[in-house]
Design a protein around this ligand. Structure first.
Ligand code: HXC
Length: 510
C-alpha cells in the first residue's frame, strides 16, 4: 500500500514542479510568482482544491509527444476568499509559456462550467504566450470554447481577469469579455499582436510596454480597470474586491460587520462646496466621508478622471458609487466618462449592487473632437445604462446639474428612487451666463442690464427649489446628514421590486 501512496505523492510533486526549477527561478528573477504561489496568496490559507493536475496534452507533432508536463500549463480549481467560494485558473508560464492547448482549454472550461453551475465568481490569472503553436487549430477551437463560456457567464457570475505577465493573441479576448481586468505594472502586457508583427505590418517601432503595458491600458485604452505594483499587491486587492461582490446575479450583496455608525453626521461636508461656483472641489472627499470606514475600491481610477466609479459600503452592504469629479474638466461628461460610468452602472445592475450617484455636472463636453468621436452614442450609453437599471438608485445633487447631463445622471425621470439635493444645488438647462447671453442677446452690449438679468436667472433657476417644487427632487438635505440619509434610503429600498418588460436582450448603443 505504501508504494501506492508514495506514487501519488511523487506524481503530485512532479505536477507541482511545473516546468522545472530553472524556469521557476527565471519566473522569480522577473519579479513574478508562479501560478501556484499566486493561487496560495489569492485564496484563504489551505482552502485551494486543485483539479486536473495530471492532465497532459495530446499533441504528437514537432516532437511534442516527448514533452509532456502534468497540468499542461494551467492550474485550476476552487477555494475560498474570506470564506466565500471562488473558482480560479492560473496560467503557468513555466510550462510551454502558459500557452493554450486543447487539453489546457478543457481544464479552463471545466472550471468555467463549475463556476456558472455553482453560482460563484471566477478569477483568471494570465501569464501566457497565446495559442500553443504546435497544436494549431485544436488550440483555436479551445479558445472558442472558453470565449463562449465567458459570454454565457456574463451578467450571471462575476468574472475577473488579472494580467500578470504576457497576454497575447487568443489570451486577450477572454479577459476582454470579463467584468474587470487588472494588470501588474512593468511585468504584464496585453495586445492582440506583438511588437514584431506590428513592425512587419505597419512598420511601427514600438516596445511591448508602449504597445500594451499597464500604463497604456489603464489610461489611454481603458482596457484595464486598475494596475498594481507587483503580484502580491494585485492578489491582495483581488481579495478586497471579491468582498464587495455578490457571488452571482441571484445573490444579494455581501454584508460585512460595519463599525461605522450609519447615523454619523459630518459637519465638514457643509463647507465642501466652495463659495465660487466655478471653483473645483474633490468629489472623492465626499465619497470617502460617506462610505463605511472610508473604504472605497475605485474602478478605472486613471481613465476619464472627470467621473469617479467604484465600490464602497453603507451599513456593511456594498454600493456602487458614481460621481462627477469637479477637479477634472469641471466634471463634464465626455465620451470616455460616459462609457466608463455606463459599464460600471451595468455591472452594478447585473449584480444587484445599489447605485449611489453624486451629481455635479456642467453638461456634455462641446466640440468637434467629441462629436466626431461619437459623443452622442457614448453619452447615450450612460443614459441607457441608468434608465434600464432596476437596482435601488439614490442620487444626490451637490452643485450643478445642467442640461442633458441632469437627465442622464440617475435623475427622477430615469426611475431614480430617491433624488436628493444639497441647498447648493443648481438644476437648470445651463449656467446663468450662457442662458442670459442667449435669451437676452439684444442686451449683450449693456453690462448693467446683463448683470441684472444674470442675477434674476440665478435667483430663479440656480437652486434646487424649482426642481423640488415639481417633485423632481424628493428632498433638499443638509450636506452633513448625507450619509444618514443615504443609509436610511438604502434600508428602505432593500426589498425594491422592479422589472423591465421581457425582451431577448436590449440593444444598448454600442
Ligand atoms: C508554445 C510557447 C508559446 C506558444 C511561448 N512558448 N509561447 N510554446 N506556444 N504560443 C514557450 C517558448 O517556446 C519557451 O519554451 C517558453 O514558452 C518561454 O517563452 P520565451 O519566448 O522564452 O519567453 P519570453 O522571452 O518571456 O517571451 C514570452 C512571449 C514569447 C512574448 C510570450 O514566448 C512569444 O512571443 N510567444 C509567442 C506568442 C504568440 O505569437 N502566440 C501565438 C498567438 S496567436 P522553452 O522550452 O524554451 O522554455 C493566437 C491565436 C489565437 O493566440 C486566436 C484565438 C482568437
Amino acid at each position: 500500500m505504501k508504494h501506492i501512496l508514495d506514487n501519488l505523492d511523487r506524481r503530485r510533486a512532479d505536477a507541482r514542479a511545473g516546468g522545472g526549477q530553472a524556469r521557476i527561478d527565471a519566473q522569480h528573477a522577473r519579479g513574478k510568482l508562479t501560478a501556484r504561489e499566486r493561487i496560495e496568496l489569492l485564496m484563504d490559507h489551505g482552502s485551494f482544491e486543485e483539479f486536473d493536475m495530471f492532465v497532459e496534452h495530446r499533441c504528437d507533432d514537432f516532437g511534442m509527444e516527448k514533452m509532456k508536463i502534468p497540468g499542461d500549463g494551467v492550474v485550476t480549481g476552487w477555494g475560498t476568499v474570506n470564506g466565500r467560494t471562488v473558482f480560479v485558473f492560473a496560467k503557468d508560464f513555466t510550462v510551454f509559456g502558459g500557452s493554450l492547448s486543447e487539453t489546457h482549454a478543457q481544464k479552463i472550461t471545466k472550471i468555467q462550467d463549475m463556476a456558472l453551475r455553482n453560482c460563484a465568481p471566477i478569477i483568471g490569472l494570465f501569464d501566457a504566450g497565446g495559442a500553443r503553436i504546435q497544436e494549431g487549430v485544436a488550440a483555436l477551437g479551445g479558445y472558442g470554447e472558453v470565449f463562449q463560456r465567458n459570454v454565457l457567464a456574463s451578467g450571471v457570475i462575476p468574472q475577473i481577469s488579472v494580467i500578470m505577465g504576457p497576454c497575447a493573441g487568443g489570451d486577450v479576448y477572454s479577459p476582454a469579455m470579463t467584468d474587470f481586468i487588472f494588470m501588474v505594472r512593468d511585468t504584464s502586457y496585453m495586445f492582440v499582436t506583438g511588437p514584431d508583427v506590428v513592425k512587419t505590418v505597419t512598420n511601427e517601432n514600438v516596445t511591448a510596454e508602449e504597445l500594451g503595458g499597464a500604463s497604456i491600458h489603464t489610461t489611454k485604452s481603458s482596457i484595464a480597470d486598475r494596475a498594481y505594483d507587483n503580484d502580491v499587491e494585485a492578489l491582495l486587492q483581488m481579495r478586497r474586491l471579491i468582498d464587495f461582490l455578490p457571488s452571482s446575479n441571484t445573490d444579494e450583496v455581501p454584508e460585512w460587520p460595519s463599525f461605522d455608525d450609519a447615523q454619523r453626521l459630518d459637519k465638514s461636508l457643509d463647507t465642501l462646496i466652495p463659495e465660487n461656483p466655478n471653483k473645483p472641489y474633490d468629489i472623492k472627499e465626499l465619497i470617502l466621508k460617506i462610505a463605511d470606514e472610508g473604504d472605497f475600491f475605485e474602478i478605472q481610477e486613471a481613465h476619464a478622471r472627470n467621473i469617479v466609479t467604484g465600490f464602497g459600503r453603507i451599513e456593511g452592504r456594498s454600493v456602487g458609487f458614481v460621481a462627477n469629479q469637479p477637479m477634472v474638466l469641471a466634471g463634464v461628461l465626455d465620451a470616455d466618462a460616459s462609457r466608463k460610468a455606463a459599464r460600471f452602472v451595468r455591472f452594478c445592475d447585473c449584480f444587484n449592487v445599489p447605485l449611489v450617484t453624486f451629481v455635479d455636472v456642467p453638461g456634455f463636453l462641446p466640440g468637434t473632437a467629441q462629436e466626431y468621436g461619437g459623443l452622442i452614442k457614448h453619452g447615450a450609453k450612460l443614459l441607457f445604462a441608468y434608465a434600464e437599471a432596476t437596482v435601488p438608485k439614490v442620487t444626490v445633487i451637490t452643485r450643478k446639474a445642467f442640461g442633458g447631463a441632469y437627465d442622464v445622471m440617475a435623475s427622477k425621470h430615469l426611475r431614480g428612487d430617491i433624488n436628493l439635493a444639497w441647498p447648493t444645488a443648481q438644476i437648470a438647462v445651463m449656467g446663468a451666463k450662457g442662458a442670459v447671453e442667449i435669451i437676452f442677446r439684444a442686451d449683450i452690449g449693456d453690462k448693467e442690464k446683463i448683470a441684472a438679468r444674470t442675477k434674476e436667472y440665478e435667483e430663479r433657476f440656480l437652486s434646487p427649489f424649482v426642481a423640488a417644487e415639481r417633485g423632481y427632487i424628493d428632498e433638499v438635505i443638509m450636506p452633513h446628514s448625507t450619509r444618514r440619509r443615504i443609509a436610511r434610503v438604502l434600508a428602505m429600498l432593500r426589498h425594491k421590486e422592479l422589472e423591465n418588460p421581457w425582451k431577448k436582450h436590449d440593444n444598448i448603443p454600442l
